[in-house]
Design a protein around this ligand. Structure first.
Ligand code: ATR
Length: 272
């Protein structure tokens, strides 16, 4: 039986085992998918051991996505740009680090929310790891991106990083302080970690008339950002459960060469 797992700290909350079990069921495949809690010190050893014991593929979650970049032998383009790995596969040339977060987000927006991203005026709130992970695939999809961050210097660095990678020209990406955004947006993406740390988000009124999407999700209630967006008269709001399932489907495709159906899995998780 093929062995997969997610490594993180904490990891007990991860829905990945349920998601991958549902994917495997669709193809009548027998896999195991477990959660592995690792300390920062043990992280490289944990990965070595998993693959020595015949593991086929890993997902990597917080706080190890950046550390995993140094463990793998090769990086996909998206992982190199994000400087973060959320999926590891193996082949004859060694271990390959992928980042499926951005592609997962784009697929969720297109498939489940019917958004055409080409030319869409898009504001990303946040300039940390989560923002870095989604920006490449969003640009490829044709979104017109602006970045707003509490610490403006970090947003400027992210914009510069994109120029260095040849994805944009200098000045292509407007950068703002979170509470001093200008302009009107079609799509606003919350990529800050405010909710995860129980803090509030003090942004300017950027959600008016926009599709507002929180990369964070909660199964049982709207996230604080979705509530804030609704208060600001957003066109509509959505959380990141669809992105979670889509990034997992991309990992399944990388590992097993088959793309699972995601709609029924999102629906069943939401009901459960
Ligand atoms: P992640 O990998 O989750 O993106 P990160 O790299 O630490 O984590 O980045 C967190 C992001 O959320 C940053 O953009 C951070 O803003 P700063 O660069 O100013 O620190 C943002 N963030 C976290 N808490 C926030 C809050 N309460 N209000 C606004 N932005 C916040």
């Amino acid at each position: 039986m093929s062995k997969y797992a997610v490594v993180g700290n904490p990891v007990s909350h991860s829905l990945s085992p349920q998601i991958h079990a549902r994917f495997a069921q669709q193809f009548n495949e027998r896999i195991t998918y477990t959660r592995i809690l690792s300390s920062a010190n043990d992280f490289p050893k944990t990965l070595d051991r998993f693959f020595e014991l015949d593991g086929q593929g890993l997902n990597i979650t917080l706080p190890f996505k950046e550390t995993a970049v140094r463990w793998v032998d090769h990086l996909s383009d998206d992982a190199r740009l994000a400087q973060a790995v959320n999926t590891i596969s193996r082949n004859a040339s060694g271990y390959i680090g992928h980042n499926t977060d951005g592609v997962g987000l784009v697929r969720d927006l297109r498939l489940h929310h019917k958004l055409d991203l080409s030319g869409l005026n898009t504001l990303i709130l946040g300039a940390g790891g989560a923002a870095k992970g989604i920006i490449g695939p969003l640009l490829r999809a044709g979104a017109k991106i602006s970045i707003a961050n509490r610490t403006v210097a970090k947003a400027k660095n992210l914009a510069l990083h994109l120029v260095e990678y040849g994805l944009t020209q200098k000045g292509d990406i407007p950068v703002y302080a979170l509470d001093a955004c200008e302009g009107k947006y079609d799509l606003v993406l919350n990529a800050t970690s405010a909710e995860a740390t129980g803090q509030s988000l003090d942004s300017s009124e950027v959600c008016v008339g926009a599709f507002c999407y929180d990369l964070f999700y909660q199964l049982d209630r709207p996230t604080s950002f979705c509530n804030l967006a609704a208060k600001q008269q957003a066109l509509c709001t959505a959380d990141g459960l669809g992105m979670l399932v889509e990034q997992a489907a991309e990992a399944y495709l990388i590992w097993r060469g088959k793309r699972p159906k995601t709609g029924p899995v999102i629906e069943s998780l939401r009901k459960s």
